[in-house]
Design a protein around this ligand. Structure first.
Ligand code: ADP
Ligand code: ADP
Length: 227
């Protein structure tokens, strides 16, 4: 089943077009990078896919359905700077929040829920930090916790906005590995990124975007077409 299908998507803000007729479809089992300059509409595309902003025109199907019907199957990791932890929260609680994103967190987790959250933390190599406050962690460690939180959600689709910014090399390697594992399990991973330099290490498909779709396909093909 097609993971994402976008037909002639137009989105504008106050009359200014941010996306101008984007069409593409992504099959499951891919890690897809969305690359383009500042203001290219990368975040807008992700927000449209999450149904967070209205579209002027076009059709979006996720897992064959309208986005609002499958929202719970989509995990979203916003840019780290967009996440405002203005209350103290431990690493484990932050991940538990991913287990039931639509429920209040101030309930005692069941043993099974806690075990699942710990397993997700283990997958990103952050289990030993479970009692630490998120705010105390380095950028790379925070990003790994947010990834664990997304894993806890048991999603089919993962959207990550600039997950490699301000991240140390070992965290970067860990994130790449986890994304590849997801892709091997038949999940779909969409990652906003700002340049092509490491595209080959991070992704197997690329979407080059600049208001309109410049190019879409396997990483090597897309890079060849740009040179
Ligand atoms: P990117 O993520 O590629 O940097 P964005 O999707 O954030 O691009 O933005 C695309 C265009 O839409 C930019 O020109 C930006 O200024 C504009 N834009 C984005 N969000 C808003 C908003 N909330 N209100 C008005 N304009 C916006
Ligand atoms: P901004 O408009 O400030 O750039 P974003 O669009 O990046 O903010 O994110 C809006 C908020 O919606 C985020 O805090 C994010 O946690 C939340 N959100 C939206 N969709 C999901 C989802 N499927 N799973 C978890 N959180 C989500």
């Amino acid at each position: 089943k097609t993971a994402i299908s976008i037909k002639d998507l137009h989105v504008s803000y106050y009359g200014n077009e941010a996306l101008n007729g984007v069409s593409l479809s992504v099959q499951p089992g891919n890690v897809v990078g969305i690359i383009g300059p500042n203001g290219a509409g990368k975040s807008t595309l992700i927000k449209a896919l999450l149904n967070l902003i209205p579209k002027d025109k076009g059709d979006i199907k996720v897992l064959g359905k309208a986005v609002k019907e499958v929202r719970k199957k989509i995990a979203y990791v916003p840019q780290r700077n967009d996440i405002d932890w203005d209350f103290p929260i431990t690493v484990l609680d932050a991940v538990l929040l991913g287990t039931y994103p639509n429920l209040p967190i101030f309930r005692r987790p069941k043993k099974k829920e806690k075990e699942w959250a710990l397993e997700c933390l283990q997958r990103v190599g952050m289990e030993e930090f479970k009692k630490r406050q998120i705010g105390e962690l380095s950028g790379g460690q925070q990003q790994r916790v947010f990834l664990a939180r997304a894993l806890a959600q048991k999603a089919e689709l993962f959207f990550l906005d600039e997950p490699f910014v301000g991240v140390d090399v070992s965290s970067e390697e860990m994130i790449v590995k986890v994304l590849k594992d997801l892709c091997c399990q038949g999940k779909t991973v969409i990652v906003v990124h700002h340049d092509l330099s490491k595209a080959n290490d991070y992704f197997n498909q690329l979407i080059l975007l600049n208001k309109e779709l410049i190019s879409f396909g396997e990483v090597n093909e897309v890079i060849q077409s740009e040179i």
